[in-house]
Design a protein around this ligand. Sequence first.
Ligand code: SAM
Length: 345
Amino acid sequence: MYVPNHTHPSLYVMSDLLTPRQPDPNNSPDYQTVTSSITRYRLENGRTYHAYQDGSYMFPNDLYECDRLDWQYYCIKHLMGGELHFAPFSQNDPPRKVLDIGTGTGIWAVDMGDEYPTARIIGTDLTPIQPDYVPPNVIFEIDDCLQEWRFRELFDFVHLRCMLGSIRDFKDDIAVKAFDHLEPGGWLEAQELHCSIQCDDNTMPPDFPPKVHFDDLEDATASEQRPLRIAHTYAQGMRDAGFVDVVERTYKIPINSWPINRKYKELGKMWEENFAQGISAFSMAPLHRIRGLNRKQIEIMLIDVRKGLSDQSVHAYQKFYVVWGRKPYPGEVPEPRGEAEMTDI
Ligand SMILES: C[S@@+](CC[C@H](N)C(=O)[O-])C[C@H]1O[C@@H](n2cnc3c(N)ncnc32)[C@H](O)[C@@H]1O
């Protein structure tokens, strides 16, 4: 049975309210202030954006985007053959304390709560878009992962997925902090989309509009210290932070149903739907805030991008990285191990 989650109505902000852990909504004037400042969303070009740490993250938080995030979750689950994670936890060796950074709609955290009923799962995010009813072992907290992490306990599993555009530098913003907040032997796993549009068989012309567009978005977001082109830095970032047994696995996600292989054809169809719903969300704030374009100009630019994304004569794909590594035990001499694996379409 699912129970009301801890953020509704008791919104709890890690960085602002460390004690008491759960502010009393009836007695605490701070609670009122914090709650309204978190939910007074920025409205811009017809979309809403997080209010806490306003401007830090450039993608919307409205219902339309939440639906897309859930759809993207199913696409990725399909890509990974239904696996929730690759860090070596199982029903026989379940995680005990799990942290999901940038949990979004909380869908992974909820699935983890169901999968591992004895584990305690905490999902954190800048914005309170998590569901009202969740498994009893799942809670959500409002927290900015770019600030100092002040969790009171150590975790044995820290997870993040699709944080492109959210962080500046994976090693400093995530890996080093996760290392400090993991028990020895605990695992960090990052699952990340690499936005660049790529192609292996020369069917993509250099001026292919989706490629040109994503390259421009990548340059724009990098100039604001929120790079979309970041997944390829994760494995080295983990090693540099001290993790061992680091494995990097990369997948290809076709941009539409061009592949012959049935699984990837289906995945491409799902991913095309993800783009159809998401391309405006990915583009609007970066191109408005950084490039100074207005909504109409951006929507006009997107006409050719959308056409390109549905063009099956171009065999284009994006890469998806899954990287996991272990915090060594005290005194453990790390072996220079670690693997890189690539799946093909
Ligand atoms: C693309 S969504 C991914 C959500 C979820 N991990 C998933 O895979 O469905 C990125 C999430 O990161 C959150 N986020 C962005 N910057 C953050 C920060 N500095 N601290 C915590 N969460 C952040 C956003 O609010 C958003 O919900």
